[in-house]
Design a protein around this ligand. Structure first.
Ligand SMILES: NC(=O)c1ccc[n+]([C@@H]2O[C@H](COP(=O)([O-])OP(=O)(O)OC[C@H]3O[C@@H](n4cnc5c(N)ncnc54)[C@H](OP(=O)(O)O)[C@@H]3O)[C@@H](O)[C@H]2O)c1
Length: 299
Protein backbone atom coordinates (compact mmCIF):
# COMPACT_ATOMS: atom_id res chain seq x y z
CA UNK A 1 0.00 0.00 0.00
CA UNK A 2 1.34 3.41 -0.96
CA UNK A 3 0.27 6.12 1.47
CA UNK A 4 0.19 9.58 -0.14
CA UNK A 5 -0.16 12.88 1.68
CA UNK A 6 -1.92 15.54 -0.42
CA UNK A 7 -1.60 19.15 0.75
CA UNK A 8 -4.01 21.95 -0.10
CA UNK A 9 -6.48 19.05 -0.19
CA UNK A 10 -9.53 21.22 0.44
CA UNK A 11 -8.68 23.57 -2.44
CA UNK A 12 -9.69 23.43 -6.08
CA UNK A 13 -6.50 21.66 -7.16
CA UNK A 14 -6.11 19.47 -4.08
CA UNK A 15 -9.64 18.11 -4.41
CA UNK A 16 -9.03 17.17 -8.05
CA UNK A 17 -5.79 15.40 -7.09
CA UNK A 18 -7.39 13.50 -4.20
CA UNK A 19 -10.08 12.28 -6.57
CA UNK A 20 -7.58 11.37 -9.31
CA UNK A 21 -5.39 9.43 -6.87
CA UNK A 22 -8.36 7.50 -5.50
CA UNK A 23 -9.37 6.61 -9.08
CA UNK A 24 -5.81 5.58 -9.99
CA UNK A 25 -5.54 3.12 -7.09
CA UNK A 26 -5.66 -0.51 -8.26
CA UNK A 27 -5.21 -3.97 -6.71
CA UNK A 28 -1.72 -4.08 -8.24
CA UNK A 29 -0.71 -0.62 -7.01
CA UNK A 30 -3.03 0.24 -4.12
CA UNK A 31 -2.91 3.86 -3.01
CA UNK A 32 -4.36 5.49 0.08
CA UNK A 33 -4.73 9.25 0.37
CA UNK A 34 -4.16 11.21 3.54
CA UNK A 35 -5.51 14.76 3.17
CA UNK A 36 -3.66 17.65 4.81
CA UNK A 37 -6.38 20.02 6.07
CA UNK A 38 -6.57 23.09 8.27
CA UNK A 39 -9.98 22.32 9.69
CA UNK A 40 -11.57 18.98 10.64
CA UNK A 41 -14.95 20.29 9.40
CA UNK A 42 -13.54 19.98 5.84
CA UNK A 43 -12.97 16.23 6.19
CA UNK A 44 -16.40 14.74 5.22
CA UNK A 45 -16.31 16.45 1.79
CA UNK A 46 -12.75 15.26 1.14
CA UNK A 47 -13.51 11.73 2.36
CA UNK A 48 -16.35 11.68 -0.17
CA UNK A 49 -13.76 12.26 -2.91
CA UNK A 50 -11.93 9.08 -1.91
CA UNK A 51 -9.38 10.12 0.75
CA UNK A 52 -8.91 7.51 3.51
CA UNK A 53 -7.65 9.68 6.33
CA UNK A 54 -6.70 13.22 7.20
CA UNK A 55 -4.12 15.15 9.18
CA UNK A 56 -4.82 18.57 10.59
CA UNK A 57 -2.05 21.13 10.32
CA UNK A 58 -0.70 24.34 8.90
CA UNK A 59 1.94 24.39 6.18
CA UNK A 60 3.74 27.14 8.11
CA UNK A 61 3.98 24.95 11.23
CA UNK A 62 6.91 22.52 10.88
CA UNK A 63 5.75 20.24 13.72
CA UNK A 64 2.30 19.69 12.21
CA UNK A 65 3.88 19.08 8.81
CA UNK A 66 6.23 16.43 10.23
CA UNK A 67 3.33 14.73 12.05
CA UNK A 68 1.19 14.70 8.92
CA UNK A 69 3.94 13.11 6.84
CA UNK A 70 4.65 10.32 9.32
CA UNK A 71 4.14 6.88 7.76
CA UNK A 72 3.66 8.28 4.24
CA UNK A 73 5.51 6.97 1.20
CA UNK A 74 4.78 9.88 -1.10
CA UNK A 75 3.72 13.51 -0.94
CA UNK A 76 1.89 15.65 -3.47
CA UNK A 77 2.56 19.17 -2.27
CA UNK A 78 0.13 21.82 -3.52
CA UNK A 79 0.96 25.21 -2.04
CA UNK A 80 -1.58 28.01 -1.50
CA UNK A 81 -1.92 30.27 -4.55
CA UNK A 82 0.21 33.45 -4.78
CA UNK A 83 1.32 33.05 -1.16
CA UNK A 84 4.40 35.08 -0.15
CA UNK A 85 5.59 32.22 2.12
CA UNK A 86 5.26 29.36 -0.34
CA UNK A 87 9.01 28.70 -0.28
CA UNK A 88 9.25 28.66 3.54
CA UNK A 89 6.17 26.41 3.74
CA UNK A 90 7.66 23.97 1.26
CA UNK A 91 10.94 24.01 3.20
CA UNK A 92 8.99 22.49 6.11
CA UNK A 93 7.87 19.62 3.88
CA UNK A 94 11.38 19.14 2.47
CA UNK A 95 12.88 18.98 5.98
CA UNK A 96 10.28 16.48 7.23
CA UNK A 97 10.57 14.40 4.05
CA UNK A 98 14.37 14.22 4.41
CA UNK A 99 14.06 13.30 8.07
CA UNK A 100 11.61 10.51 7.28
CA UNK A 101 13.37 9.44 4.06
CA UNK A 102 10.21 9.88 2.04
CA UNK A 103 10.17 7.68 -1.04
CA UNK A 104 8.72 10.26 -3.49
CA UNK A 105 8.28 14.05 -3.25
CA UNK A 106 5.92 15.47 -5.88
CA UNK A 107 5.83 19.26 -6.08
CA UNK A 108 2.94 20.98 -7.87
CA UNK A 109 4.62 24.04 -9.38
CA UNK A 110 3.54 26.14 -12.35
CA UNK A 111 4.29 26.25 -16.08
CA UNK A 112 7.38 28.35 -16.83
CA UNK A 113 8.34 29.37 -13.29
CA UNK A 114 11.26 31.22 -14.89
CA UNK A 115 8.82 34.10 -15.62
CA UNK A 116 10.33 35.76 -12.57
CA UNK A 117 8.53 39.07 -13.06
CA UNK A 118 5.48 37.28 -11.61
CA UNK A 119 6.26 36.72 -7.93
CA UNK A 120 4.56 33.36 -7.48
CA UNK A 121 6.40 32.04 -10.54
CA UNK A 122 9.70 33.24 -9.08
CA UNK A 123 8.84 31.71 -5.69
CA UNK A 124 7.94 28.44 -7.35
CA UNK A 125 11.25 28.51 -9.24
CA UNK A 126 13.13 28.99 -5.96
CA UNK A 127 11.00 26.29 -4.36
CA UNK A 128 11.81 23.89 -7.20
CA UNK A 129 15.47 24.49 -6.41
CA UNK A 130 14.83 23.46 -2.79
CA UNK A 131 13.11 20.28 -3.93
CA UNK A 132 15.86 19.34 -6.40
CA UNK A 133 18.58 20.03 -3.84
CA UNK A 134 16.76 17.98 -1.19
CA UNK A 135 18.37 14.93 -2.85
CA UNK A 136 15.05 13.14 -2.39
CA UNK A 137 13.50 11.30 -5.33
CA UNK A 138 11.24 14.05 -6.68
CA UNK A 139 8.94 14.87 -9.54
CA UNK A 140 8.08 18.48 -10.32
CA UNK A 141 4.91 19.03 -12.32
CA UNK A 142 4.52 22.44 -13.95
CA UNK A 143 0.83 22.92 -14.78
CA UNK A 144 -0.45 25.64 -17.09
CA UNK A 145 -3.42 27.99 -16.45
CA UNK A 146 -6.64 26.02 -15.95
CA UNK A 147 -9.59 26.00 -18.35
CA UNK A 148 -11.61 26.16 -15.12
CA UNK A 149 -11.00 29.93 -14.88
CA UNK A 150 -14.03 30.11 -17.17
CA UNK A 151 -16.17 28.99 -14.20
CA UNK A 152 -15.40 32.29 -12.41
CA UNK A 153 -17.02 34.24 -15.28
CA UNK A 154 -19.70 31.73 -16.28
CA UNK A 155 -22.54 34.06 -15.23
CA UNK A 156 -21.54 37.04 -17.46
CA UNK A 157 -20.70 34.61 -20.28
CA UNK A 158 -24.12 32.96 -20.21
CA UNK A 159 -26.24 35.97 -19.15
CA UNK A 160 -24.56 38.87 -20.99
CA UNK A 161 -22.60 37.06 -23.70
CA UNK A 162 -19.32 38.60 -22.48
CA UNK A 163 -16.08 36.66 -21.92
CA UNK A 164 -14.04 39.17 -19.91
CA UNK A 165 -10.59 38.57 -18.46
CA UNK A 166 -8.06 41.22 -17.40
CA UNK A 167 -5.71 40.92 -20.38
CA UNK A 168 -5.71 41.43 -24.15
CA UNK A 169 -8.30 39.45 -26.09
CA UNK A 170 -5.56 38.36 -28.53
CA UNK A 171 -2.79 36.85 -26.34
CA UNK A 172 -2.74 33.07 -26.31
CA UNK A 173 -2.70 30.47 -23.55
CA UNK A 174 -2.37 26.68 -23.69
CA UNK A 175 -5.02 26.27 -21.01
CA UNK A 176 -5.62 22.73 -19.70
CA UNK A 177 -8.47 20.89 -18.02
CA UNK A 178 -7.71 20.62 -14.29
CA UNK A 179 -9.05 17.04 -14.39
CA UNK A 180 -6.29 16.16 -16.90
CA UNK A 181 -3.61 17.88 -14.81
CA UNK A 182 -4.77 16.02 -11.69
CA UNK A 183 -4.88 12.71 -13.57
CA UNK A 184 -1.34 13.26 -14.87
CA UNK A 185 -0.14 14.10 -11.35
CA UNK A 186 -1.79 10.96 -9.97
CA UNK A 187 -0.12 8.87 -12.69
CA UNK A 188 3.26 10.27 -11.71
CA UNK A 189 2.66 8.97 -8.17
CA UNK A 190 1.11 5.61 -9.01
CA UNK A 191 3.51 4.71 -11.85
CA UNK A 192 6.45 5.39 -9.52
CA UNK A 193 5.10 3.31 -6.63
CA UNK A 194 6.20 -0.21 -5.65
CA UNK A 195 4.21 -2.76 -7.64
CA UNK A 196 4.08 -0.56 -10.75
CA UNK A 197 5.60 -1.81 -14.00
CA UNK A 198 8.58 0.55 -13.51
CA UNK A 199 8.81 1.63 -9.86
CA UNK A 200 10.46 5.03 -9.65
CA UNK A 201 9.47 5.68 -13.28
CA UNK A 202 9.04 9.43 -12.72
CA UNK A 203 11.81 10.10 -10.19
CA UNK A 204 14.05 13.12 -10.85
CA UNK A 205 11.79 14.47 -13.59
CA UNK A 206 10.35 17.95 -14.25
CA UNK A 207 7.27 17.90 -16.45
CA UNK A 208 5.73 20.87 -18.27
CA UNK A 209 1.98 20.28 -18.42
CA UNK A 210 0.33 22.46 -21.07
CA UNK A 211 -3.02 22.14 -22.80
CA UNK A 212 -3.55 21.03 -26.40
CA UNK A 213 -4.42 24.34 -28.11
CA UNK A 214 -3.04 27.91 -28.04
CA UNK A 215 -6.20 29.94 -27.45
CA UNK A 216 -6.91 33.65 -27.07
CA UNK A 217 -10.00 35.08 -25.36
CA UNK A 218 -11.37 35.64 -28.87
CA UNK A 219 -10.89 31.94 -29.71
CA UNK A 220 -12.54 30.94 -26.43
CA UNK A 221 -15.48 33.28 -27.05
CA UNK A 222 -15.90 31.73 -30.52
CA UNK A 223 -16.08 28.21 -29.04
CA UNK A 224 -18.53 29.42 -26.39
CA UNK A 225 -20.76 31.04 -29.04
CA UNK A 226 -20.89 27.76 -30.95
CA UNK A 227 -21.52 25.55 -27.93
CA UNK A 228 -24.09 27.87 -26.29
CA UNK A 229 -25.75 28.77 -29.61
CA UNK A 230 -25.67 32.55 -28.93
CA UNK A 231 -23.05 35.26 -29.47
CA UNK A 232 -20.28 35.64 -26.90
CA UNK A 233 -17.71 38.41 -27.32
CA UNK A 234 -14.29 38.77 -25.73
CA UNK A 235 -13.47 41.76 -23.54
CA UNK A 236 -10.17 42.92 -22.02
CA UNK A 237 -11.27 43.90 -18.51
CA UNK A 238 -9.32 46.99 -17.32
CA UNK A 239 -6.98 46.20 -14.40
CA UNK A 240 -8.68 48.85 -12.23
CA UNK A 241 -12.00 47.03 -12.68
CA UNK A 242 -10.40 43.70 -11.76
CA UNK A 243 -8.83 45.28 -8.65
CA UNK A 244 -12.15 46.82 -7.53
CA UNK A 245 -13.93 43.47 -7.91
CA UNK A 246 -11.18 41.68 -5.98
CA UNK A 247 -11.49 44.22 -3.15
CA UNK A 248 -15.26 43.76 -3.04
CA UNK A 249 -14.70 39.99 -2.87
CA UNK A 250 -12.51 40.59 0.21
CA UNK A 251 -9.11 39.67 -1.22
CA UNK A 252 -6.08 41.16 0.56
CA UNK A 253 -3.90 43.89 -0.97
CA UNK A 254 -0.90 41.58 -1.48
CA UNK A 255 -3.02 39.10 -3.46
CA UNK A 256 -4.51 41.95 -5.54
CA UNK A 257 -1.02 43.30 -6.29
CA UNK A 258 0.12 39.82 -7.40
CA UNK A 259 -2.97 39.43 -9.60
CA UNK A 260 -2.22 42.83 -11.16
CA UNK A 261 1.39 41.95 -11.97
CA UNK A 262 0.37 38.52 -13.31
CA UNK A 263 -2.36 39.90 -15.56
CA UNK A 264 -0.08 42.67 -16.86
CA UNK A 265 2.45 39.95 -17.70
CA UNK A 266 -0.25 37.86 -19.39
CA UNK A 267 -1.37 40.93 -21.34
CA UNK A 268 2.13 41.20 -22.81
CA UNK A 269 3.01 37.53 -23.23
CA UNK A 270 0.07 35.19 -22.71
CA UNK A 271 1.19 31.71 -21.65
CA UNK A 272 1.85 29.27 -24.44
CA UNK A 273 3.26 25.82 -23.91
CA UNK A 274 3.55 22.42 -25.53
CA UNK A 275 1.15 19.54 -24.79
CA UNK A 276 3.58 16.68 -25.56
CA UNK A 277 4.36 15.81 -21.95
CA UNK A 278 0.74 15.95 -20.80
CA UNK A 279 -0.20 13.66 -23.71
CA UNK A 280 2.58 11.24 -22.74
CA UNK A 281 1.52 11.10 -19.10
CA UNK A 282 -2.19 10.69 -19.88
CA UNK A 283 -1.57 8.13 -22.65
CA UNK A 284 -4.26 9.96 -24.66
CA UNK A 285 -5.02 13.38 -26.14
CA UNK A 286 -5.51 16.07 -23.48
CA UNK A 287 -9.08 17.42 -23.30
CA UNK A 288 -9.75 20.10 -25.94
CA UNK A 289 -11.34 23.38 -24.82
CA UNK A 290 -14.59 22.68 -26.69
CA UNK A 291 -15.05 19.37 -24.87
CA UNK A 292 -14.48 21.05 -21.51
CA UNK A 293 -17.03 23.80 -22.37
CA UNK A 294 -19.60 21.21 -23.46
CA UNK A 295 -19.12 19.38 -20.15
CA UNK A 296 -19.52 22.63 -18.20
CA UNK A 297 -22.61 23.66 -20.19
CA UNK A 298 -24.26 20.27 -19.46
CA UNK A 299 -23.56 20.77 -15.74
N1 LIG B 1 -5.23 28.28 -11.02
C1 LIG B 1 -4.38 27.93 -11.94
O1 LIG B 1 -4.62 28.11 -13.16
C2 LIG B 1 -3.08 27.27 -11.54
C3 LIG B 1 -2.19 26.85 -12.53
C4 LIG B 1 -0.99 26.26 -12.17
C5 LIG B 1 -0.68 26.09 -10.82
N2 LIG B 1 -1.57 26.50 -9.87
C6 LIG B 1 -1.18 26.33 -8.46
O2 LIG B 1 -2.07 25.45 -7.82
C7 LIG B 1 -1.97 25.69 -6.40
C8 LIG B 1 -3.34 25.58 -5.76
O3 LIG B 1 -4.21 26.54 -6.31
P1 LIG B 1 -5.79 26.44 -6.02
O4 LIG B 1 -6.43 27.38 -6.97
O5 LIG B 1 -6.22 25.02 -5.98
O6 LIG B 1 -5.86 27.05 -4.55
P2 LIG B 1 -7.07 27.04 -3.52
O7 LIG B 1 -8.32 26.53 -4.14
O8 LIG B 1 -7.09 28.40 -2.90
O9 LIG B 1 -6.59 25.99 -2.44
C9 LIG B 1 -5.51 26.23 -1.61
C10 LIG B 1 -5.63 25.31 -0.41
O10 LIG B 1 -4.48 25.53 0.43
C11 LIG B 1 -4.92 25.54 1.77
N3 LIG B 1 -4.02 26.37 2.58
C12 LIG B 1 -3.78 27.69 2.44
N4 LIG B 1 -2.89 28.09 3.35
C13 LIG B 1 -2.59 27.00 4.10
C14 LIG B 1 -1.75 26.78 5.21
N5 LIG B 1 -1.02 27.77 5.75
N6 LIG B 1 -1.68 25.53 5.72
C15 LIG B 1 -2.43 24.53 5.21
N7 LIG B 1 -3.24 24.67 4.16
C16 LIG B 1 -3.31 25.90 3.61
C17 LIG B 1 -6.32 26.12 1.74
O11 LIG B 1 -6.97 25.67 2.89
P3 LIG B 1 -8.46 26.17 3.33
O12 LIG B 1 -9.37 25.38 2.41
O13 LIG B 1 -8.55 25.80 4.73
O14 LIG B 1 -8.52 27.63 3.04
C18 LIG B 1 -6.87 25.55 0.44
O15 LIG B 1 -7.51 24.32 0.67
C19 LIG B 1 -1.29 27.04 -6.23
O16 LIG B 1 0.03 26.83 -5.76
C20 LIG B 1 -1.28 27.62 -7.63
O17 LIG B 1 -0.17 28.46 -7.85
C21 LIG B 1 -2.76 27.07 -10.20
Amino acid sequence: MTQVLVTGANGRTGRAIVQALARASSPRVPVQVRAFLRDAAQWPAIAALGASEHAIGDMADAASVARALQGCDALVHVGPPMHPDEKAMTANFVAAARQQQLRHFVYYSVLQPLRREVRHHRLKLETEELVVESDLPYTIVQPTRYMQHLENIWKPVTEQGVHGMPFSTRVRFNVADLADLAEATARVVVESAPGAARPGAHFFATYELAGPESLSQEDMARVLSEVLGRPVTARAVPLAEMQAKARTAGLGEDRIEQMTVMNRHYDAHGMRGNPNVLRMLLGREPTPYRQYVERLARR
